[in-house]
Ligand binder design. Structure first.
Ligand code: TRP
Length: 337
């Protein structure tokens, strides 16, 4: 048995927030230090084109912020390969090749596309495809190329992306059926034990709900946001339930088991919400401070980040270029004679 190959992409459409950190960034950074596996992490900037419409500065800024965050938090870029999707031209080429192995009907069934059509239909639009770009429609094929390009067999993703990984598997299978066993069949890895944090309003923390706490918000802003987290109206002194408490969940995502026990006691004793917010703020602030300083340094000097991405791209292409050459050969795109 060879090493497992893990691969995951981060779409560059926003600023990393506490929910991203706890749910994805932290586990990936931990995994990056484990040399028993091969890990690929990349900034999916070509995917970002689908979501951010026409806003060049937003993609660029987000690429910087996400890369700087991962590096500041201690990603091991000698072990894991950390790169930007658009620096690997083999990926879009493979996307085109895989498009010829992908039934249109399969793409018709993709959740994201179906949701966009449903929204048009509910909005009473005559054209169900109104405003839908081809990039949204073929999004899963680009994602399949991301995965297949590096022979990843394990793809850690959120539930919403599971279908895409299954589609990648279908596409790879069809390719292999026609051209021989060249592609690795990936499987999604969904971890149910990583925390899903709620945001300011109690719904899942997500940039689409506009309820996030940026991981590296300056201290003042961090405090202000934490003070805004929704609670119930229980008074100081009234015992409080840890279930359904965003403050508790957030604290738990950062603190040690003993510290969590202490807080549980305080909840039972009726800690005031204002005090709990202060405790949470101080805890998170202390926890992120060293990384935040490093993050600020990197944001101020993007050349350091760019150099890391170039290093990653070089390593990535050492794998993708020869593999794509094999794939090209297999499908008959070859030199003559
Ligand atoms: N589509 C993923 C998301 O929105 C990001 C992504 C792009 C990805 N390519 C990938 C994830 C390949 C895993 C593997 O979250």
């Amino acid at each position: 048995m060879g090493k497992d190959i893990y691969l995951t992409g981060i779409t560059t459409t926003g600023t990393p927030h506490i929910g991203n950190y706890v749910g994805a960034i932290r586990p990936c950074i931990e995994a990056s230090k484990n040399s028993a596996n091969k890990n690929y992490y990349f900034l999916a900037d070509l995917h970002a084109l689908v979501k951010s419409g026409v806003d060049p500065d937003r993609i660029n800024r987000s690429t910087l912020e996400i890369s700087a965050a991962w590096l500041a938090l201690g990603l091991d870029t000698d072990n894991a390969v950390f790169y930007r999707q658009s620096d690997v031209p083999e990926i879009p080429e493979l996307t085109w090749i895989l498009s010829s192995m992908t039934a249109k009907g399969l793409m018709n069934r993709a959740h994201a596309y179906k949701a966009a059509v449903a929204a048009n239909e509910e909005g009473g639009n005559k054209d169900p495809d109104k405003g839908i770009m081809m990039s949204l429609f073929s999004y899963p094929i680009l994602m399949a190329a991301d995965i297949i390009m590096f022979k990843a067999n394990k793809v850690p993703v959120g539930r919403d992306q599971k279908q895409h990984v299954e589609m990648a598997r279908d596409i790879a299978q069809r390719f292999n059926h026609h051209y021989g066993d060249l592609l690795v069949l990936p499987e999604p890895v969904i971890s149910d034990d990583t925390a899903v944090l709620a945001g300011l309003d109690g719904r899942k923390m997500s940039k689409s709900y506009n309820n996030t706490i940026p991981l590296f918000a300056p201290e003042k802003k961090l405090r202000k946001l934490i003070m805004k987290i929704k609670t119930n109206s229980l008074e100081p002194g009234e015992p409080k339930d840890i279930a359904d408490s965003t403050l508790y969940d957030m604290y738990k995502a950062f603190a040690t088991a003993d510290e969590v026990k202490e807080i549980e006691k305080k909840y039972a004793e009726g800690i005031a919400w204002g005090e709990m917010k202060q405790v949470l703020f101080e805890y998170i602030n202390e926890h992120v401070k060293p990384a935040r300083d490093e993050y600020d340094r990197l944001i101020a000097d993007p050349r350091i980040v760019e150099a890391e991405l170039q290093k990653g791209a070089k390593r990535a292409r050492e794998v993708s270029a020869p593999y794509l050459a094999k794939i090209r050969h297999a499908i008959g795109i070859r030199k003559l004679g």
